[in-house]
Design a protein around this ligand. Structure first.
Ligand SMILES: [Zn+2]
Ligand SMILES: [Zn+2]
Length: 369
């Protein structure tokens, strides 16, 4: 090969790789311990051959986003993401430019352990890379940044295909609240006619009620206020129990095939365990009370064949299944859309903490400046 040609080739190679590896500039709303939200500029990893770039349109605010308020370093939270695909790597087959894509709580995993092979990437034996606040070992251990942002880059495998007829802004919360409730309902094989309970009627709980009602189960909602009764009934619950004011709950014991607890605060789980039917009743715990331990009495379970288990989000195939089901059955979260301004997000967090919001806030990321 002539030297001139070789140099030409090298230059071509350099320009091609430098183009391919160019990080993507992003804007986000970040926070950390003892501080308010702030606008920050940062970079996302480049669009690799298997990656897509998504212009984020909407991001839901999940209760677990509050965990960034305990971190020393500023992080952009948000793992309920939906947006439009703006770039695709050369090996990408699931998406093309202009498609709508969703991103949930995970952005990568090893891909070869038994859990990843089974489509349960949330249990990856080598460690799941979560959407924000985690070192991304596939990209020089940069800390991942979440969806309160204008753009994200992600391997196509961890992006969810959003059906064309979906209500896009309502899709965002499905990426966490949807799949977190869907997964245990499927795991416990809830079916038509089952007697089921939903403990805690907020962002997660109101999704659980809708899935359970749609499956034909008889739903009772448990919460600690009377305000939510009308909404629970509107979404199809048959009964609503204020567990704070109901003096005697013993009439409910041994009645339920399945109860899902979405309660994000400290509570007494044995009350719900006792409500499970003997010989197979199951309590799924998905709520994350901060710093809580959940005391369960072995006696009550051993003597009755009741099961208590934890459930963490859901795998990628399951998330796709949940989204397709939700859209085709017209099951969506109830949302309030807010602007992507630091002050507005601060207020939203206050309202969530004070229990002033119904269900889910969704940030319109197109309004970020
Ligand atoms: Zn979440
Ligand atoms: Zn794995």
């Amino acid at each position: 090969m002539k030297l001139k040609n070789l140099i030409g080739l090298i230059l071509l190679f350099i320009s091609a790789t430098s183009f391919a590896q160019k990080p993507i500039n992003a804007i986000g709303l970040a926070t950390k311990a003892n501080s308010n939200f702030e606008r920050i500029e940062f970079t996302r990893h480049a669009v690799g051959d298997n990656d897509i770039e998504i212009e984020i349109l909407y991001a839901g605010i999940c209760h677990s986003d509050f965990m960034v308020k305990q971190t020393p370093n500023q992080v952009v939270p948000g793992h309920e993401i939906v947006g439009r695909v703006t770039k695709v790597g050369k090996n990408v087959s699931k998406f093309k430019k202009g498609d709508v894509a969703g991103v949930g709580c995970m952005v990568n995993s090893c891909g070869h352990c038994k859990y990843c092979k089974a489509g349960k990437e949330q249990f990856c034996a080598e460690g799941t890379v979560f959407t924000y606040g985690f070192p991304d070992r596939f990209h020089e251990n940069h800390i991942t940044q979440g969806g309160y942002s204008n753009v994200i880059t992600i391997t196509e495998k961890f992006a969810i295909q959003v059906p064309k007829n979906a209500d896009i802004k309502k899709v965002a919360p499905l990426m966490c609240a949807g799949v977190t409730t869907w997964s245990p309902i499927k795991f416990s094989e809830v079916e038509k006619g089952d007697v089921v309970g939903v403990a805690g009627f907020g962002g997660l709980g109101h999704m659980a009620v809708q899935y359970l009602v749609d499956l034909g189960a008889k739903v009772t909602v448990f919460d600690i206020t009377d305000d939510k009764s009308a909404d629970a009934k509107r979404l199809g619950a048959e009964e609503y129990v204020n567990v704070k004011t109901t003096k005697d709950l013993s009439a409910l014991n041994d009645k339920f095939d399945f109860i899902i607890s979405t309660i994000p605060a400290n509570y007494e789980p044995m009350m719900y365990v006792k409500m499970l039917k003997m010989d197979g009743g199951e309590l799924a715990i998905v709520g994350l009370p901060a710093n809580a331990t959940i005391p369960v009495s072995p006696f009550v379970m051993q003597s009755a064949h009741r099961r208590v288990y934890g459930s963490l989000i859901g795998g990628i195939p399951e998330t796709q299944e949940m989204l397709d089901y939700s859209v085709s059955h017209d099951i969506y979260p109830e949302i309030e859309v807010i602007k992507a301004e630091p002050k507005v997000i601060d207020e939203a967090y206050e309202n969530i903490e004070e229990g002033k919001v119904k269900f889910r806030y969704v940030i319109d990321m197109q309004t970020i400046k």
